[in-house]
Design a protein around this ligand. Sequence first.
Ligand code: ACO
Length: 209
Amino acid sequence: RSPLLHRNHHHRRLLAKEMPFTPDNELDLLFPASLISPEVKSQLHTDLHVRRPCHPISPLLKTRLPQIRPLASTDHGRGHLSVLSVLTVATDHGEAAWKSQFDALRSAPNTYFGLVIVDKASDRIVGAGTLFIERKFLRGLGSVGHIEDIAVDKAQQGKKLGLRIIQALTHISEVSGCYKTILNCSDANVPFYQKCGFEKKENEMAKYA
Ligand code: ACO
């Protein structure tokens, strides 16, 4: 076998074995995929390319670029909870309980926007975040976007995935008409959110049950 044939064969095998990736149109999504900023989608790909500036994006690499999309009803099986476990203990109550929470979120229209970043090669989730939209009587019956539960898999941190999640959630908040987007975080995460364009404002108060 020639080296080229061998390489193609090797690539085909890789694709066949490592590409159980499910495209958006085959998934049952929490909200319409059209709400994901096209700019953020393409930046996710540029980020990866910039790290390897001397190589053009090969067809094989294209199949491995991460994908940002709304949370899907089958994401329990793609490691959603293991990604969230970088935030706190993420107890798994089973797929049925996870799915019924997904259905509860979806039954409140235009309110919960959970999104994920999926590694295409493995079809596993490597990042996640949520926007919750609060409707008010104040501010001309305005709305506020709350960003919650931002998590990037430990092995993938520092590759701008967190930044892209925040940008995608802020885009949804803004196109939904929210007059501000807010979040709570630890002191250690303040520099990250400042890099995402957020500024420190007021205090967080909490009372645990
Ligand atoms: N301190 C200083 N700078 C930081 C930090 C930090 N803790 N984290 C990221 N940055 C900087 C990066 O260096 C980068 O700067 P650059 O543009 O100059 O290179 C910029 O912020 C963007 O960083 P990303 O690569 O996008 O960060 P990452 O993908 O690692 O995601 C995150 C950051 C979400 C905090 C991730 O590290 C994580 O999952 N941590 C554990 C869970 C957590 O703390 N989540 C946030 C909870 S708060 C909430 O959910 C509202």
